[in-house]
Design a protein around this ligand. Structure first.
Ligand SMILES: Cc1cc2nc3c(=O)[nH]c(=O)nc-3n(C[C@H](O)[C@H](O)[C@H](O)COP(=O)(O)OP(=O)(O)OC[C@H]3O[C@@H](n4cnc5c(N)ncnc54)[C@H](O)[C@@H]3O)c2cc1C
Length: 402
């Protein structure tokens, strides 16, 4: 694989940089800097979404016939990297990265015509209804039922850990339409409107003070037959397609490298116990260098995946490897950041959003203020999208053949 940028890549990088210089406002950057959680709130995310939509870049990864850009994998990577360096928000990943590609691949022409433009414009905001109180890692054991009566599915049960369900007007759900010996066989994939009497969203506030996840209750909720994706019983196949996008669709390394660089810069201004600054602390420097090496190794693996995709080889189970490495690495970066900020890193404001005018004043700067909340919030990264143990099982079985 040629790791050098071609002339065309360099020209594309310039185009991305000048777009960012022009359009990425201080308000949007502050929104990202002062958000401890994984996803920015919709006020920041949707503003950026509109800007990307106007630019024609919002669904750049989708197939060209549905609004994709047909960029090379290297161009996609350059975009992700430049966006990370500039601290740009990540627009609605569940809408654009999960349900969008599912509808491109498995949706009927009517579903594609109805939903894809509304995802691109930001008119629809989607939530992911996979996990249930008794089904997480063993997702195929899910029990939320859907019964087809007079052209409508009637849904009963509950979904949990549903990210941003409080903002969503649609949710896609894996439901049980048949109880069969093989648990994967009776699962169906449904699109469900959130605005109806049979759906209740209950917040779950995490120990970091963030309201990102929810439990969603379905009590005779309804959705029309035309909102079924694929056939009855095809849900498990679609679920697996989506999970592979969830685990490997992103480029994790650029944001990691930017976070590590920001620690290096911050260390120039933080006092060490010997009277100098932390950038002279041997232990800190050693730990920082190790993190950087791990992030660079991840970047090369991600570039390798991009090269495979460019050569027509789907990413497959290696996305479990990048998800595993990223989630451990991000937690280690958060740990070092918190130690670096010392006492200032112990503040834990529960007010949200922290970029609001009336938010508490930061002690020791914005990065110190979100440090502990982001450390606590980040404990979830080794759980969501499939826990570390589950990723290790996949790697053992499907990559190592054990
Ligand atoms: C912040 C956050 C956001 C989320 N957002 C969403 C969302 O939007 N939509 C959604 O559907 N879900 C979401 N989830 C749910 C997430 O996918 C599940 O939490 C995850 O799949 C683990 O399931 P569980 O919580 O039921 O844990 P369990 O499956 O009960 O696992 C408990 C422990 O047992 C281990 N374990 C389980 N099975 C095995 C095994 N076979 N071998 C070895 N160890 C095992 C696990 O690794 C874990 O440590 C989110 C979770 C979090 C934390």
């Amino acid at each position: 694989m040629d790791m050098n940028y071609s002339e065309a890549d360099l020209a594309f990088r310039e185009e991305v940089r000048s777009f960012l210089k022009d359009k990425l406002t201080d308000r949007l950057k502050t929104g990202v800097e002062r958000t401890p959680g994984v996803f920015v709130e919709p006020d920041i995310g949707l503003e950026w979404h509109q800007i990307l939509h106007e630019q024609g870049w919002i669904s750049h990864r989708w197939p060209v016939e549905f609004g994709g850009k047909g960029w090379t994998p290297m161009q996609t990577y350059i975009l992700e990297k430049e966006f990370a360096i500039a601290n740009a928000p990540r627009p609605a990943p569940i809408s654009l990265g999960l349900i969008g590609p599912v509808l491109c691949r498995y949706g009927t022409p009517e579903q594609q015509a109805k939903f894809l433009p509304r995802i691109r414009s930001g008119e629809d905001f989607w939530a992911q209804g996979y996990s249930e109180p008794s089904s997480g890692s063993d997702l195929a054991s899910l029990s939320m039922s859907a019964e087809l009566i007079d052209g409508k599915y009637i849904l009963n049960g509950s979904k949990i850990w549903t990210t941003h369900a409080q903002h969503a007007n649609w949710i896609f759900c894996l439901v049980r339409t048949q109880v069969s010996e093989k648990k994967q066989a009776g699962i169906t994939f449904l699109l469900v409107p959130m605005d109806q009497a049979g759906i209740e969203v209950t917040p779950i506030v995490s120990m970091s003070g963030d309201h990102e996840v929810n439990q969603v209750f379905f009590d005779n909720a309804q959705t029309r037959l035309e909102n079924r994706v694929g056939e009855e019983g095809q849900g498990w196949e679609i679920a697996k397609f989506l999970l592979q996008n969830e685990r490997g669709g992103s480029c994790f390394a650029p944001r990691m490298l930017v976070s590590i660089d920001s620690l290096e810069k911050a260390a120039n201004n933080i006092a060490n116990s010997d009277g100098s600054t932390m950038n002279n602390d041997g232990d800190f420097k050693r730990r920082l260098a190790k993190l950087k090496l791990r992030a660079l190794a991840l970047e090369f693996t991600e570039l390798r995946i991009q090269a495979d995709i460019a050569n027509g080889r789907p990413a497959g189970p290696i996305t479990s490897l990048t998800k595993l490495v990223y989630s451990n690495l991000s937690q280690d970066v958060q740990t070092l950041r918190n130690e670096l900020y010392g006492y200032d890193g112990l503040q834990l404001p529960y007010d949200r959003p922290l970029y609001a005018d009336d938010a508490p004043q930061a002690v020791g700067g914005a990065a110190a203020q979100v440090s502990l909340a982001s450390f606590l919030n980040g404990r979830a990264s080794t759980i969501y999208g499939g826990s570390n143990e589950v990723q290790k099982n996949i790697i053992a079985k499907r990559i190592l053949g054990l």
